[in-house]
Design a protein around this ligand. Structure first.
Ligand code: GLC
Length: 665
């Protein structure tokens, strides 16, 4: 059962597809005030759990803190961080009453989930112009499934995107890329993708290639492809202001950039220096920007990552002017009214400043819409531009696409990666906790920077993180410039890395099949334990294990120097470890709490009672995987419904893609 309420004059975000009849009046649960903006309150019962919010810090159970939907380029993913890159306004309250709430509102929105008062859930925002959806269902899982039907089918990447990828900010030349590919191929560590960060561009200009380093780019793309490697370039939101640069010239000529109130093009500094933002909320400009991807697809590129699309702003000329004035005042009179601390504060606040987001406009249906009113839609629509562009470029082909910033609705066009995390043990756990929440909001193709983006990774951290990353649809090692090199071959005992990544490829038939079933049937790939075991009273407390698909549970090790971990089994399961010598350790464990030992070079998982999963021989790339020699692991007599297809086309609904397999002994 879904209720849709309309308050004021909402912006059409197109998060929800299809039409749902509107209901007049107040939501069936909780109370609503429209006096000072929008304020919804619900009194939580003692044992209620609150799931959701997609990309956010803290637990799978969101109760006990305050979160703000306000897409932010913030590399500090701390417990206290209230906003990161995504704005995913969907929560499910589970307990005394089970219901979901989706607030379709593209500006800043606050979820106070038992923070101010421990039993009060309060959702509030400034303008009462929004749609509120209330979804009732038997269980939280049922509610999520209804919601997923409302928002449309999740993005499906090509099959190669389920391979392993290496990235680093700082690869500049063909030689740099060849070295990375060589490092993997020579060590026989499987790999399918190498990511091109901003240095491949000429002066950080979108859709260009460094003229010196990437002469004859199509030949280089082919050279890589011959080794089963896809190059995946980054595209940033800001278009460099540079007369003569084609993308800039076209954007200016056609009025496709975001404008200031006076009609001039808004200017913001990002990596290239001063840029304009493409007005991706304007359908015409979106179409143009999406067509720009053709410049690279025509050279053989089959995937992209969209970045800096909150959109991130380092500073604006207006902000800079004020800062200079303050600095001058401070320098001229050291004991005067402007202190050094004030100057420092001003400089820090140049970045992603609220005032700048209030200073530019989008053109939507002939109306000027101030950016801050629709702020959370920028990354969504930049990625939509690309996704719609690919539909025109080659409607039958699947392209790899993921974004940093997002809003619900974007899940139909691309995946996301969870941005600039750190090489911290804590961030392995944060990565795990985000996954089911993201799946609830439709984002299935997701993953974090394995090994951590900021700070220096250690060998053990990377191995443990990879052993979790084996299970995330996007499995990519990425690091920031000036951090310790963290490609797998940089560390001692490279065979351990080879083994862990080989397990990813062995599991690919299962992981791909579960991903595709989740996408095609609007289901979840990662679930909290409580979604599968609603009667189990302990399950809602488990914050460091996940159900993956319908057959397995995962429980990665995420603490340094640990030799294993405690794990909770809601039912009997078969404990499996992929051992470094290629063998598989199996042990049936009864329901309950256990301590399991897991060495750094082993990959553990748990097969649910009575189930089995397909595994392949390993391969060095997805293209080399042998699908006709699958073996089944798990319980004798169990059956498994395998989904498979060619991985490139969109023939998802063909019943021939599914077949039953049975484990005989
Ligand atoms: C941003 C991205 C990061 C990338 C960097 C340089 O910080 O989140 O992944 O490496 O920009 O492009």
């Amino acid at each position: 059962m879904v209720w849709k309420f309309k308050y004021g004059n909402p912006f059409e975000t197109e998060a929800v597809v299809g039409s749902i009849k509107e209901t007049e009046g107040n939501p069936p649960f909780g109370t609503l005030s429209l006096k000072d903006g929008f304020c919804y309150q619900y009194e939580l019962s003692k044992n209620d759990v609150v799931y959701g919010l997609g990309e956010a810090v803290r637990g799978i159970n969101k109760r006990g803190h305050c979160y703000i939907s306000n897409a932010s380029d913030d590399p500090n993913h701390l417990e206290s961080t209230r906003s990161i890159y995504g704005a995913h306004n969907f929560i499910v309250i589970a307990g005394e009453k089970n219901f979901g709430l989706f607030v379709d509102y593209p500006a800043k929105l606050t979820f106070d989930i038992g923070y101010t008062f421990s039993d009060i859930l309060e959702i509030s925002c400034q303008d009462a112009n929004l749609y509120l959806y209330v979804i009732e269902g038997e269980t939280p899982y049922e509610i999520v499934k209804q919601f997923r039907k409302m928002i449309g089918r999740s993005y499906i990447p090509p099959k190669f995107a389920f391979g392993f990828g290496q990235s680093r900010w700082g690869y500049k030349t063909k030689e740099d890329f060849r070295k990375v590919v060589g490092g993997y191929r020579e060590n026989h560590i499987p790999i399918d993708m190498v990511y091109m960060d901003i240095d491949y561009m000429q002066d950080f200009k979108d859709f260009t290639l460094n003229e010196e380093n990437f002469k004859d780019f199509p030949a280089f793309v082919s050279e890589m492809k011959e080794q089963n490697i896809r190059l995946i370039p980054i595209i940033d939101a800001g278009v460099k202001i540079e007369p003569g640069y084609q993308v800039y010239e076209e954007g200016v000529k056609n009025g496709y950039f975001c404008k200031r109130e006076d009609g001039s093009n808004f200017v913001a500094a990002v990596w290239p220096g001063y840029t304009h933002f493409p007005d991706v909320l304007n359908p015409e400009a979106r179409r143009w920007f999406g067509d720009c991807y053709r410049i690279l697809t025509e050279q053989g590129i089959e995937g992209f990552w969209n970045d800096m699309n909150e959109p991130a702003i380092f500073y604006t000329p207006e902000g800079m002017k004020e800062a200079y004035e303050q600095m001058r005042e401070c320098a001229e009179d050291e004991n005067g009214k402007v202190s050094v601390f004030q100057v420092r504060e001003t400089l820090v606040n140049l970045q992603n400043n609220r005032k700048d987001y209030e200073a530019f406009y989008h053109q939507v249906d002939g109306q000027m819409v101030r950016h801050d009113k629709v702020h959370n839609l920028f990354g969504y629509n930049m990625t939509r531009a690309a996704g719609e562009g690919f539909e025109r470029i080659d409607p039958d082909k699947r392209f790899l696409l993921f974004s940093r910033s997002s809003y619900i609705g974007m899940h139909r066009y691309g995946g996301i990666w969870t941005g600039d995390n750190k090489s911290w043990w804590d961030h392995i756990l944060l990565n795990l906790k985000m996954m089911p929440s993201l799946n609830m909001c439709g984002f299935l193709y997701t993953g974090a920077d394995l090994g951590g983006f900021g700070a220096d990774a250690t060998r053990d951290l990377l191995l443990r993180w990879l052993a979790f990353g084996v299970f995330t649809p996007l499995m990519r090692n990425h690091a920031a410039v000036d951090t310790r090199e963290q490609e797998c071959y940089q560390f001692e005992h490279v065979e351990d890395f080879r083994h862990v990544i080989e397990v990813r490829y062995r599991l690919l038939p299962y992981l791909y099949s579960e991903y595709m079933k989740a996408a095609v049937f609007d289901d979840m790939y990662f679930k909290p334990l409580s979604f599968e075991y609603p009667q189990d009273t302990f399950a809602p407390q488990v914050e460091d294990q996940l159900m993956l698909g319908n057959e397995i549970m995962i429980a990665p090790v995420y603490t340094q120097n640990a030799k294993g971990r405690y794990v909770y089994l809601p039912e009997e399961m078969m404990f499996i470890k992929f051992m470094p010598d290629g063998s598989v350790y199996e042990e049936k464990l009864p329901a309950g709490h256990h301590y399991v030992e897991v060495a750094l070079n082993e990959v553990p998982l748990f097969i649910r009672g009575g189930k089995c999963i397909p595994v392949a021989e390993t391969a060095e790339s997805v293209a080399e995987l042998q699908m006709d020699t699958l073996e089944l692991l798990g319980y004798s007599g169990a059956e498994y419904l395998l989904y498979d297809d060619d991985g490139n086309h969109k023939d998802y609904d063909n019943p021939e893609n599914m077949k039953w397999m049975k484990k005989l002994s």
